[in-house]
Structure formats: C-alpha cells, structure tokens
Design a protein. Structure first.
Length: 217
C-alpha cells in the first residue's frame, strides 16, 4: 500500500511543478509582442486614452474662450528665461485683476503639459513663483502631482502594452541588466556610497557653472 501512495505524492508534485512553471513570468510571452502580429491596445484602452486627450483639449479651449479679453499675441509658453520675464510682466496685472480665471487657466495648462510630457513645465513652475511668491509652491506641487498622476495612469494604460509590442527584445535585455544590478546590491547604502554621491555632486556643479559665470560677467 505504500507504493501507490508514494506514486500519488510524486504525481501531485509533478503537476504542481508544471503549474508553477506555466505561471512564472519568464515562461509567459510579452503581452502584445510582435510575434502575434496584433495591435497591442484594446478598443477600450484606445478609447480611454483618446477621451483623456479630447477632454483636456476641449477643456483648455473652453477656458481660453471664456477668459476675459487680453493681449493674446503676447501669451505663449515660455521656453527661455527671457520669455519668462516678458510673460511675467504681461501677466502680472492680468493675474491680479482676474485671479480665479487665471489660476484655472494656469492649472489646466500645467496639468495638460505634465500629463502628455510636453517640455516647458519647469518654466511654468518658475512663472508661478514669479507671480505668486511663496504661495506659488503650493500651486506647483498640486499641478505637478495631478499631472504626474495623470501621466502615470496613461503610461500604465497604453504605455506598457506599446513598449512590449514595439521593443520586446530590448525590454528583456533591460530587465536582465536591471536584475543583475539589483543582485549585486547588499543593502540600500550601496546606492549612496561616496563614489556615487561625488559623481552626482560634480554633475550638479557642472550644470550650474554656466549660470554662475554669466552672473559674474
């Protein structure tokens, strides 16, 4: 009677091992990989992503139409410090007269740019500081958080399937290299050793060096 019981145990163990192997991440094919030849996004995912873009665009357009009259020719997204100074001078009076509408338009523009990763949010942050002072910190924190959350939502919804579909082999290589790097870490302190901190300090110093030299001149 012992032999049949041992055979049952071995059979059960083999079945469990097969199920574990099938469920392991390495045994699964990437979702939407190029091998299956199918478009990676479902109709629901595409509709949601398109709806987010349309809602933001229509909302910005409606806010633009309902804003009080202003010199719209001078309004543009700042791309340099000089543009920021000119925009600050032009918007200073407007923001003081219509604070609610201005903040609504500012927040909508900032969140839209942050959601779709449009360059220029750093100048929008500086503009908030120039117009509102210390109060601008809370405005920037709110907009940056809301925009980053929206960007994360879109990236999780459509970014992952698209990346797995477009670059499956590169993603596998990146995952393998990241796994090897993490395997060499013994503790969190290894991320902040003296060499790493020194390199980061030098990079930061070099980045601000042109600004310091320009001020001295």
């Amino acid at each position: 009677m012992a032999a049949p019981r041992s055979m049952v145990v071995e059979t059960t163990r083999l079945l469990n091992d097969e199920e574990t192997a099938e469920d392991s991440p390495t045994s699964k094919k990437p979702v939407g990989a190029k091998l299956d030849g199918r478009y990676p996004l479902t109709g629901w995912e595409f509709t949601v992503a398109l709806s987010v873009f349309v809602v933001f665009t229509v909302g910005l357009f409606c806010i633009y139409l309902t804003m009080p009259a202003a010199e719209y020719g001078k309004l543009k997204l700042p791309r340099s410090v000089s543009d920021l100074r000119m925009l600050k001078d032009d918007l200073g009076t407007y923001a003081s007269i219509y604070p609610t509408k201005f903040i609504l338009g500012y927040c909508s523009t900032y969140i839209f740019m942050q959601t779709f990763m449009i360059p220029g949010t750093i100048f929008m942050s500086l503009l908030a500081g120039a117009l509102f002072g210390v109060k601008g910190i809370f405005l920037v924190v709110f907009n940056a958080t809301a925009g980053a959350s929206s960007c994360f939502f879109l990236s999780k919804l459509i970014g992952r399937p698209l990346v797995l579909w477009l670059w499956p082999e590169k993603l596998k290589l990146f995952q393998a290299e990241a796994g090897l790097a993490l395997g060499e870490l013994n503790s969190i302190k290894d991320l902040y050793d003296l060499k790493t901190l020194t390199v980061l300090f030098l990079i930061g110093s070099i980045s601000i060096l042109p600004t310091v030299l320009k001020r001295k001149r």
